[in-house]
Design a protein around this ligand. Sequence first.
Ligand SMILES: Cc1cc2nc3c(=O)[nH]c(=O)nc-3n(C[C@H](O)[C@H](O)[C@H](O)COP(=O)(O)O)c2cc1C
Length: 186
Amino acid sequence: MTNPAIVGFSGNFTRPSKTRGFVDHIVTEIAGRYGLAASTHDIVDLGPSLGTAKGARDLDEPARAILERILAADVLVVGSPTYKGSYTGLFKHFFDLVDPAALRGKPVLLAATGGGDRHALIVEHQLRPLFGFFEAFALPTAVYASEKDFVDGVLASEVIRARVGLAVDDVGVALFGRQRARIAAE
Ligand SMILES: Cc1cc2nc3c(=O)[nH]c(=O)nc-3n(C[C@H](O)[C@H](O)[C@H](O)COP(=O)(O)O)c2cc1C
């Protein structure tokens, strides 16, 4: 049996990106704790076919491969920079191409970054309803980081790192149940 796979997807379309770095940090923590195969992607990786795609069939080969990896993942970490109080338009457009039943029951860890703390509830008021639409298993601990939490694009805040740790606990419970997750955390 192959290891379960964790896939990160970030809604940034410029680089360098704090959001991509944040999502990748979370993915790496989860992969390290539970021994999962890991990869992280963003809108930049999807390339130009995303913008004109009216359905998943219109994506070019590299973009479709990323979509398929996301759909096949055992756990997802999704994140977006906050744009005008919500996720980026291209993040939403990408998920508009996903079949409504394709994420049903999949554990999804919600993450976002923003310029300040004022829009920290984007994870609850924007991301959670979107993944509620998909009937995904959105994990209870969502994580948000703002500009001040990064130094040179790297997550530096101990408070946010600790919260990421709680979210990583949620992933273990979703994948293996409470008892095995507790053992993995020790
Ligand atoms: C068009 C645009 C809109 C933005 N709107 C918000 C906003 O509503 N609230 C907020 O906290 N930050 C906002 N920001 C700041 C970004 O969310 C923040 O800098 C984010 O961490 C950038 O992530 P990145 O480094 O991955 O691109 C906005 C930035 C841009 C470019």
